[in-house]
Design a protein around this ligand. Structure first.
Ligand code: PHE
Length: 453
């Protein structure tokens, strides 16, 4: 069966699209600040373990489901369940994913708006010769300015809606082909700067030294949630992209490539940012503002920094855009299938809903910064935590169970082209290791083990 929304022209096109989805603010903005907040090395190791043992198997499962169902995640889960005589309640994987996509995009677009604003600031030479105090002040002045933040947030949302209304394939392939390699290149420039003028050794130690005492149960849950977030899994984005995948492509090796690229970008971002943070007296646990302090400092002190800095933020905004597109694809494809809606109208409805939701995030950095939903969580903290720490891992958990226990083993093995000797490894990963680890990490973070032992 072919997807009604089209198919990727080849394997490379899928790699580009899926990497475009995976590589985004999660790698460049979120990974460094979460590492900083969670004490460094221990968080990084757990994150890498989660990518390998939970993320990759679930990503493989998700792409496979998409390719077998060839529809939006909701309808894919419905039709596969019908074929295999399973309850239609499994389509809740798709529904939960749609909800997660809305919630994530609502704040993702706010942060992407910050990126756009910083692109202009840097281009104007605002940070030339800046020091740590100056970049910190610039950031707090900006986040205090509601109308400025609303402006950039709205602009990013409009760009996203415009692009998604034109279909996933058109433009995206071309875009990722150029933007991705360039982004890599500029990240290496940053890394070079960091090695020469930052406290590189301290940065490396911070990122890679494992100190078990630093690791709270909350940090383990964050690391797992981030593994889901950064690979774009657990909510159907990768399933939707998998539904446009030609039959012959090998899913396992393709997912391997994507996961490696994604992890590399995050590690390079971390290696570039922390040395700058340490030499300039910034706080590693500065939170969501970390990138917006460290990067302007670097470019502000580099020759032709305004130019390269603006280019860097431009490329990061591309990376954010290619991720944002995939966040709405599950909902969009569903609207088109179910209501025969034009992509443009579906895109506008989704974009507008996310925009309204996103206003809460904008306000949580200024006029509502004292408004706490639970404990000390602002609206932003709350939507971020719920989506990343609960919705995505739970979605991934259900996907693992479905593929491991609700589908005929033979169908899965054939679809993945698994060699006989690998089937045991696969079954162990998807049926036991991945779902069990998720459960253990959930319980651990709830403090259940402390209660028992
Ligand atoms: N993976 C993207 C990033 O790292 C975010 C994302 C999450 C995209 C979930 C789609 C689905 O920025």
């Amino acid at each position: 069966m072919e997807s009604q929304h089209g198919t990727w022209s080849n394997r490379l096109a899928f790699i580009f699209a899926a990497t475009g989805s995976a590589v985004g603010l999660g790698n460049i903005w979120k990974f460094p600040y979460m590492t900083g907040e969670n004490g460094g090395g221990a968080f990084v190791i757990i994150y890498l373990l989660c990518i390998a043992c939970i993320g990759i198997p679930i990503m493989i499962a998700e792409v496979m489901l998409g390719r077998m169902g060839r529809q939006s995640p909701i309808n894919t889960m419905l039709s596969l369940s019908k074929t295999y005589g399973r309850s239609s309640a499994w389509s809740s994987i798709g529904w939960m994913g749609v909800a997660a996509g809305f919630i994530i995009l609502s704040y993702y677009a706010v942060i992407a708006g910050w990126i756009l604003h910083y692109m202009f600031l840097i281009a104007q030479g605002h940070f030339t010769g800046a020091d740590g105090e100056f970049v910190s002040n610039t950031f707090s002045d900006f986040t205090a300015d509601v109308s400025l933040m609303m402006f950039w947030f709205t602009l990013f949302m409009i760009i996203t809606v415009t692009i998604i209304s034109r279909g996933v394939k058109r433009g995206l392939e071309l875009f990722v082909k150029w933007a991705m390699p360039l982004l890599f290149l500029l990240m290496f420039v940053l890394l070079g700067y960091s090695m020469v003028s930052g406290d590189f050794a301290r940065g490396v130690t911070f990122l890679f030294s494992f100190n078990i005492a630093d690791l709270s149960s909350e940090a383990v849950l964050s690391a797992m949630g981030h593994a889901f977030f950064t690979l774009s899994i657990g909510m159907g984005a990768i399933m939707a992209y998998g539904s446009y995948l030609p039959r012959k492509v090998s899913i396992v090796s393709t997912v391997g490539v994507i996961a490696v690229l994604d992890t590399l970008v995050a590690l390079i971002a971390g290696l570039a940012i922390f040395p700058i943070v340490f030499t300039n007296g910034l706080q590693p646990d500065a939170g969501p503002g970390l990138l917006f302090q460290a990067i302007p400092l670097a470019f502000g002190n580099l020759p032709a920094g305004s130019l390269f800095g603006a280019l860097f933020f431009l490329l990061v905004s591309f990376a954010a855009l290619t991720s944002a597109i995939s966040l709405v694809e599950p909902a969009l494809a569903f609207f088109v299938e179910k209501y025969k809606m034009k992509r443009l109208y579906a895109a506008i409805i989704i974009g507008f809903t996310c925009w309204v939701l996103g206003i809460g995030t904008v306000f949580s950095f200024n006029i509502w910064s004292d408004f706490h939903i639970v404990q000390s969580m602002t609206i932003f903290d709350f939507v971020d935590s719920v989506s990343q720490k609960i919705l995505l891992p739970f979605g991934g958990f259900l996907i693992a169970l479905y593929v491991a226990y609700k589908m005929p083993v033979q169908a899965v093995i054939e679809n993945l082209d698994l060699a006989k000797k690998h089937t045991h490894v696969w079954k162990a990963l998807i049926g036991v290791i991945a779902p069990l680890s998720i459960v253990i990490i959930f319980l651990h973070s709830l403090g259940v083990f402390k209660l028992i032992f």
